[in-house]
Design a protein around this ligand. Structure first.
Ligand code: ADP
Ligand code: MG
Length: 629
C-alpha cells in the first residue's frame, strides 16, 4: 500500500542508554531477573486488555483466553515471550521502548540523581523493566500489534545506542519478545531452566504461563502447551498454602522496590457475607522514590472479579495510607465502575474501613511484637501516621497510640500509652512542647514549672507536630496541653500561691512599665505560674507556636496572626532589681525590658524582629560587665 518497508533507525533517548549501561553492569550476577520483568510486562498488557474489553468487547477479537507463552529454540539460541494482551502501535513501541517515561526505570534514575552518587548497587532496589532483557541477550526483537489495530510493528535493538522499526506480520493482537541469547546464557533456552524460574519468580501471576513441550510419539513429534505456574491470583488463595517467598515476590511486583525488597508487614484477608472481597496489603520497609517525590497518590490497586480496574485507587484508602501497597478484589462492584460511582458507593466505604482496620491491626501487632521493625517503620513512615492523626477523624485515636516522640523522661521515642503509664498520681494532663529540636526545648523556660512537679514533657520537633497536637487535644480523657500555651494551669499549694502573690504585689511598677514598653507587641503582660529559674517567657494565646511560625515563614507560606502573652517571674531577682530602677526613674529600664523580651522570643524558637538592636544592647551589657577588667 505504498508504505515503505525499510527499517528506520532511531537513537535511544540519552537516559535509556544510561539505564541500559547501568543494568548491564550492575546486575550481571543477577541475570535471571529478566524473565520476571518480561513476564510481568506481559501480565500488565493482559490486565490492560481485559480492562479495555469491558467497554470494548470487540478488542478480544473472539479470543478471550489470555495467556503468556514461552517458546524456545535451542539450536538458534532464542527465547520468545509472547502475550495476547493490548500490544502496542508503532508510536507506542517507539515511546515505551525508546524513552524512559515509564515508572520503574524513571524512578530509578531519579533516585540516582538525587543520591548524587553513581552507586550502581542502587539498581537492585528498583524494577528495571524491559531493558533487563539485555542482561542475557545481545539482540532483542519485539513484534507487536495493538488490539483493534490492523498492522504490526517490529522493533529491533542490540541494546547500544539505537533501535530500528519496520512494518511486520502478526496474525492477531499482542506482543512477542524474542531474545537472541548471548552464548554464555544458552541455559535460558532450556525448558527446565525456564520452568524453574517461572515457579520461583512468577507463580503469583494470575494468567497461565505456558511452556512449549515437545513429545515424541513414535515417528512424529507433537507440541503441547503446558501451564507451569499456578495461575491463580495470590490474594484469592488461602493463607495457609502461601509461602513467605511468594508474598515477597508479589510485593516486589507491586512496590517497584527491586529484587530483594521485603515488606515489614502484610495483611491478607477475605471478607464474606453481604459483601465479598479479598485484600492483600503490604507495609514496605522504605519509601519508594514515587512516594518521596509526592508522585504516588495511593498504592492500592482495585480489581473487580480478578480484573484490574484501577492502579493507585484513591477511593480505597485515606490519603495518609498512601505508603501501603496492595490489592483489593471486589466481587460486588460492577466491572465498569467509574470514579464517581466509587466515591458514592457504600460498598467502597465498607472496603475502605476494612483496609484501614487491617493496616492499623498490623501496625499495632508490629509495635508490640516486633519493636525493632516498628522503629524502622516509624523512621520511614511516622510522618504519614501523624498526618493521619491530624486528618482522619475516625481513626485519630488509634493512630495517636502509634505515634512516638522523645520526652524529658525517655532517651529514645516514647508512646502516649507509655507516657500515661508513667504519669504521676494527680497529674492532670499530658504535656508537650513544640520547637525545633530536643536541645532547643530541653532548656526552654516554659518547662520549668512542669519539671519541678516531676511531670514528663513530650518534645514535638517536627513541623507536622503542631498540627497533630491541635487535632488530638485529648486521649483517654486526658487532655494534651502545650507547655507554651497560655491556658497551662499548674496546681500549687496555698503557701506557694500566697508567696507568689506577695512577690508580685511588690512589683506593680515593673508590670505596668513592661506593658507600656511592649505596647501591642503582646496581648497581655502577666505574672507567670510556670517559671522557676527564668525571669520571663512568651506563651501562646492564639495561633501557632513560635518555631512553627518560623518554619511557615521559611517555607514562604503565609503566617497566620497569633497572640502572645508575656509572662514575668515575680520571684526572679532581675525583676526585683528592675522594680528599684523604675522607682528611681532610671532610663536603662526600657533597654532592660527590651532585652528580656528578646530573650523570650529566642527561647520560644521564633526569630527576632530586630536582631541588630538586640546585638547592640547585648554589647552594651558586655561593655559594662568588662569595664573593670
Ligand atoms: P514498566 O513496566 O515499569 O512500565 P518496563 O521497562 O518494564 O517498565 O516497560 C516499559 C513499557 O513498555 C511498559 O510500561 C509498557 O507500556 C510497554 N510494554 C512492555 N512490554 C509490553 C508488552 N508485553 N505488551 C505491551 N506493552 C509492553
Ligand atoms: Mg515492567
Amino acid at each position: 500500500m505504498g508504505i515503505m518497508s525499510e527499517p528506520v533507525t532511531r537513537p535511544f533517548q540519552a537516559e535509556v542508554s544510561q539505564v541500559l549501561h547501568l543494568v548491564i553492569h550492575s546486575l550481571y550476577s543477577n541475570k535471571e531477573i529478566f524473565l520476571r520483568e518480561l513476564v510481568s510486562n506481559a501480565a500488565d498488557a493482559l490486565d490492560k486488555l481485559r480492562f479495555r474489553a469491558i467497554t470494548e468487547p470487540a478488542l478480544l477479537e473472539g479470543d478471550s483466553s489470555l495467556v503468556i507463552r514461552l517458546h524456545v529454540d535451542e539450536s538458534a539460541r532464542t527465547l520468545t515471550i509472547e502475550d495476547n494482551g493490548v500490544g502496542m502501535t508503532e508510536e507506542e513501541v517507539a515511546q515505551n521502548l525508546g524513552t524512559v517515561a515509564h515508572s520503574g526505570s524513571r524512578a530509578f534514575l531519579e533516585q540516582l540523581a538525587q543520591s548524587g552518587n553513581k552507586d550502581a548497587r542502587l539498581i537492585g532496589q528498583f524494577g528495571v523493566g524491559f531493558y533487563s532483557a539485555y542482561l542475557v541477550a545481545d539482540r532483542v526483537e519485539v513484534v507487536t500489534r495493538a488490539a483493534g489495530g490492523a498492522t504490526a510493528t517490529k522493533w529491533i535493538s542490540e541494546g547500544k545506542d539505537t533501535f530500528s522499526l519496520e512494518p511486520a506480520e502478526r496474525a492477531s493482537r499482542g506482543t512477542s519478545i524474542t531474545l537472541h541469547l548471548k552464548e554464555e546464557q544458552a541455559e535460558f533456552a532450556q525448558p527446565w531452566r525456564l520452568r524453574e524460574l517461572v515457579t520461583r519468580y512468577s507463580d503469583y501471576v494470575s494468567y497461565p504461563i505456558q511452556l512449549e513441550t515437545k513429545k515424541k510419539e513414535g515417528e512424529s513429534e507433537t507440541t503441547a502447551w503446558e501451564t507451569v505456574n499456578r495461575a491463580s491470583a495470590l490474594w484469592q488463595r488461602s493463607k495457609s498454602e502461601i509461602k513467605d517467598s511468594e508474598y515477597d515476590e508479589f510485593f516486589q511486583h507491586l512496590a517497584h522496590l527491586g529484587t530483594d525488597a521485603k515488606p515489614l508487614a502484610r495483611a491478607h484477608f477475605k471478607v464474606e457475607g453481604t459483601q465479598e472481597f479479598a485484600g492483600l496489603l503490604f507495609v514496605p520497609a522504605e519509601r519508594s522514590p514515587e512516594l518521596r517525590f509526592g508522585m504516588k497518590p495511593r498504592g492500592v490497586r482495585l480489581y473487580v472479579k480478578r480484573v484490574l480496574i484501577m492502579e493507585e485507587c484513591e477511593e480505597l484508602v485515606p490519603e495518609w495510607m498512601r505508603f501501603v501497597v496492595g490489592v483489593v478484589d471486589s466481587d460486588d462492584l460492577p466491572l465498569n465502575v467509574s470514579r464517581e460511582l466509587l466515591q458514592e458507593s457504600p460498598a467502597v466505604r465498607v472496603i475502605r474501613k476494612t483496609l484501614v482496620k487491617q493496616v492499623l491491626d498490623a501496625l499495632d501487632a508490629m509495635a508490640s511484637e516486633r519493636p525493632d521493625d516498628f522503629k524502622k517503620f516509624y523512621e520511614q513512615f511516622g510522618v504519614y501516621l501523624k498526618e493521619g492523626a491530624a486528618t482522619d477523624y475516625e481513626n485519630k485515636d488509634r493512630l495517636a497510640r502509634l505515634l512516638r516522640w522523645e520526652s524529658t523522661f525517655a532517651t529514645g521515642l516514647t508512646s502516649l500509652g507509655d507516657y500515661v503509664a508513667r504519669m504521676k498520681e494527680g497529674q492532670p494532663a499530658i504535656y508537650y512542647a513544640v520547637g525545633e529540636s530536643r536541645l532547643a526545648l530541653e532548656g526552654a523556660p516554659h518547662l520549668e514549672g512542669l519539671k519541678k512537679r516531676g511531670y514528663e514533657v513530650l518534645f514535638m520537633v517536627e513541623p507536622i507536630d503542631q498540627w497533630v497536637s491541635e487535632s488530638l487535644r485529648e486521649l483517654d480523657g486526658k487532655k494534651l496541653i502545650s507547655a507554651m500555651q497560655a491556658d497551662l494551669k499548674l496546681e500549687e499549694s496555698e503557701d506557694e500561691k500566697k508567696a507568689r502573690e506577695i512577690a508580685a504585689g511588690a512589683l506593680e511598677k515593673v508590670l505596668s512599665r513592661t506593658r507600656a514598653v511592649l505596647g501591642d507587641r503582646v496581648r497581655e503582660v502577666r505574672w507567670s505560674e510556670r517559671l522557676t529559674d527564668s525571669p520571663c517567657c512568651l506563651v501562646i494565646g492564639r495561633g501557632a507556636h513560635g518555631s512553627v511560625q518560623r518554619a511557615l515563614r521559611d517555607a514562604g507560606r503565609e503566617v497566620p496572626p497569633r497572640e502572645r502573652i508575656f509572662e514575668l517571674n515575680p520571684s526572679h531577682p532581675v525583676l526585683r532589681n528592675l522594680e528599684a530602677l523604675v522607682e528611681k526613674n532610671d532610663p536603662q529600664v526600657a533597654e532592660c525590658l527590651e532585652l528580656l523580651y528578646d530573650q523570650a522570643v529566642l527561647t520560644e524558637g521564633a526569630p527576632l524582629d530586630d536582631p541588630g538592636a538586640f546585638a547592640r544592647r547585648m554589647t552594651d551589657v558586655l561593655l559594662r560587665l568588662t569595664k573593670g577588667a
